[in-house]
Write a protein that binds this ligand. Structure first.
Ligand code: TXA
Ligand code: MG
Length: 322
């Protein structure tokens, strides 16, 4: 893996250097607990423009601003409801993004010209250290989408980032290697601009966890603007066709909980022991399916309202193809 010219191990020096690169207007890919992000100074239009180039993503899609602590909330957001503060206190640092009314700091090139901004404090030691160092240099926040090409599966390892965007990075643009992402799917996105919170994208911070943290009902599940790229019908898709909950047959790749058996002639690609491990391994399993040359991946997903529902969201989008 160290053959890539971009990959860097995460020594203190490397993180400091990465923070300086960000402050100088360069992009840096970095690990978070959900998926790897492709970061840039959220205040710099030219740096943010580079994210869109590397990803091949339409420029009117909004980006999440990553900050090192809840203290930065007031700089980026205003009219923050009490329940949003409770959510932030309960789940940050963690796999949750809050959508809030923006301040002037959140410029059109971050928000896709919408009046809202997405903010997250990631729960990953390297991401947090990078953000802290960046803030010490005078930075306010790091805009970062998942570090994949537009429409592809999010990367959950540094190797997957190289695979996705290595060819599009310039000399000196870094990828920090922090190992495999522990959560494995993108953050829960919660719209906090109304009386009740509305989940725009399910994740491992589940409805139930939200209920018990803030003790108020959730609003009706959000209808997403098409500019919210996770809301596109076709997304997160590998090259292989993803088939949900059918019996796998000869020549297909197969992912299911370790308790289920593999039929004759079927290639078992992943056998997570529980739903948390299922989320952690899903995107790596999709990549492995493509790498091994399988054209179909059958996934048996257990039913449930929690993480199962978040995985169902990603898998039904993946099953629509690229
Ligand atoms: O876990 C994550 O959310 C990862 C890590 C790197 O933080 N980020 C990520 O970013 O997956 P991205 O850009 O690939 O997906 C974030 C989603 C997109 O669908 C984007 O449109 C939506 O969040 N989003 C960002 N800002 C928004 C806003 N102001 N209003 C509505 N949706 C927003
Ligand atoms: Mg993404």
């Amino acid at each position: 893996m160290t053959t890539s010219p971009f990959l860097s191990l995460c020594t203190a020096d490397a993180i400091q250097h990465a923070a300086e690169q960000l402050k100088a207007g360069h992009v840096v890919a970095f690990p978070t607990e959900t998926v790897y992000g492709l970061g840039a100074d959220a205040m710099s239009e030219s740096a943010v423009k580079r994210i869109y180039e590397v990803k091949g993503r339409p420029t009117n899609h909004p980006l999440i601003v990553h900050v090192s602590s809840i203290n930065a909330l007031d700089s980026w957001a205003q009219d923050v409801p009490e329940y949003a503060i409770e959510l932030a206190r309960s789940f940050w640092p963690g796999p949750m993004t809050l959508i809030l009314k923006r301040t002037d700091l959140a410029m059109d090139f971050i928000t896709g010209s919408q009046d809202s901004v997405g903010i997250r404090v990631p729960n990953h030691p390297i991401a947090l250290e990078l953000l802290k160092q960046f803030e010490l240099l005078g930075g306010q926040g790091v805009a970062a989408p998942s570090a994949n090409r537009f429409g592809h599966v999010s990367p959950t390892s540094a190797g997957a980032v190289v695979q996705e965007i290595g060819d599009y990075l310039d000399k000196g643009e870094l990828i920090l290697d922090g190992g495999a992402s522990n959560v494995g799917i993108e953050s829960t996105i919660i719209d906090c601009r109304n009386t009740l919170p509305i989940i725009l994208q399910p994740g491992v911070i589940t409805d139930e966890m939200i209920y018990s943290a803030i003790d108020i009902d959730l609003g009706v599940t959000g209808v997403l603007d098409v500019r919210v790229s996770g809301a596109l019908e076709k997304h997160y898709a590998p090259m292989a066709k993803v088939i949900l909950n059918q019996t796998p047959t000869q020549g297909q790749a197969f992912m299911a909980l370790s308790s289920s058996k593999t039929p004759e002639g079927v290639h078992r690609i992943s056998s997570p022991s529980d739903i948390i491990e299922f989320a952690r391994n899903l995107y790596a399993a999709m990549r492995m399916t493509d790498e091994l040359g399988f054209t179909e991946l059958v996934v048996h997903l257990p039913e449930g309202p929690g993480i199962e529902a978040a995985l169902f969201d990603r898998l039904s989008k993946a099953s629509k193809g690229r």
